[in-house]
Design a protein. Structure first.
Length: 340
């Protein structure tokens, strides 16, 4: 598997036409971000689900599935101060490594009965997992409630591993969250004032030129392992010919279910796992694979992400093979970038 490499593509793909055209972000859009405070960006659901360092791992798992969240802010028990983030992937990975395939890969598994026999596991708290080698996927980067959206926008754009920013008050108490989903909705709502940057062809934009893929015949667990090891939230799924046939993301971990009875699904192939996700959570997923071509514009990518509630779109060639991927953070970086 190749490593992800962020860079601006050149014109070696026979796309020299228009390469000297400068596409700029309007001052009106930039001023809007400066006028907007981070506290003005309320979560779409109106819910900020939080936990404490002393919270039970299983209780947090249930909450993430119930609220359809990928991560949760972790607070200090004393003073409710912000401490960090924990991902749903961190919990699943810990459970898988703790119990192992032999005990989890059983369709008639009663996970709670299994967990109930493990006294050490029953007492595990979020603090235990946060000292576990989680890596750099949850960087600690809060901002004060008086900061502007422009400040948060720049942080998310410059740090690909940063997917959300906690907003804290003077006492470091959590008062809001800024997520990539909120940002792409904000950009899409203000496309009319974005400027000519929205018309920039994707082949001229910043994007990940090399794509890490997963075959549909691999195990679902392999896909989630690749994501966590490469700090990714999703992967394109390809067939034996390398053609794009689907997408798997950390959000699909909800297929394990809140009660944990479906851990055995992780040991199914990616194609079978995704079939179950589509059948059971069809309202939460795009009905078709969301793609763009290299000739499409930045506006096309922004609109598709906002419409389908996704964090990436794949740039495919005429044979429907994924050649690159553009993410929300790369769109943000492109908006801030000065052409010329």
């Amino acid at each position: 598997m190749s490593s992800n490499k962020r860079q601006r593509t050149n014109d070696s793909e026979d796309k020299s036409e228009g390469k000297d055209v400068k596409h700029t972000t309007s001052n009106e859009f930039l001023r809007l971000m400066v006028r907007t405070k981070v506290m003005d960006m309320q979560p779409p659901s109106g819910i900020v689900f939080v936990c404490q360092r002393t919270s039970n791992v299983i209780d947090v798992w249930k909450g993430l599935i119930r609220h359809n969240f990928l991560s949760v802010p972790v607070l200090q028990k004393t003073g409710e101060k912000y401490y960090g983030f924990i991902d749903i992937a961190d919990i699943v990975r810990y459970v898988v490594e703790y119990f192992g395939e032999k005990r989890l890969n059983q369709q008639d598994l009663d996970f709670w009965e299994l967990a109930g026999k493990e006294e050490p596991f029953k007492g595990k708290t979020i603090n235990d997992l946060m000292v576990y080698p989680i890596g750099k996927r949850n960087p600690f980067h809060p901002v004060h409630r008086d900061f502007t959206l422009f400040h948060a926008f720049e942080l998310l754009a410059r740090s690909p591993e940063l997917h959300r920013i906690p907003v804290v008050d003077t006492n470091r108490k959590l008062v809001n969250l800024i997520t990539q989903s909120q940002i792409i909705t904000f950009i899409n709502s203000n496309l009319p004032i974005l400027g000519d940057k929205k018309n920039k062809p994707l082949y001229q934009c910043i994007h990940s030129q090399k794509v890490i893929t997963i075959k549909e015949t691999n195990l679902a667990l392999d896909a989630f392992t690749v994501m966590t090891e490469n700090q990714l939230s999703g992967l394109p799924v390809v067939n034996d010919e390398g053609k794009l046939v689907g997408n798997i993301s950390l959000r699909d971990l909800k297929a394990i279910r809140e009660d944990g009875h479906m851990f055995w699904r992780l040991y199914q192939t990616v194609s079978t796992f995704l079939m179950r996700v589509k059948n059971e959570f069809y309202k939460d997923r795009p009905t078709a694979i969301v793609t763009v071509s290299a000739e499409d514009t930045l506006q096309d990518a922004i609109s598709k992400m906002a419409e389908h509630g996704i964090h990436r779109v794949y740039i495919v060639d005429s044979n429907h093979k994924p050649r690159s991927v553009i993410t929300i953070s790369e769109i943000m970086e492109e908006i801030l970038k000065v052409d010329g």
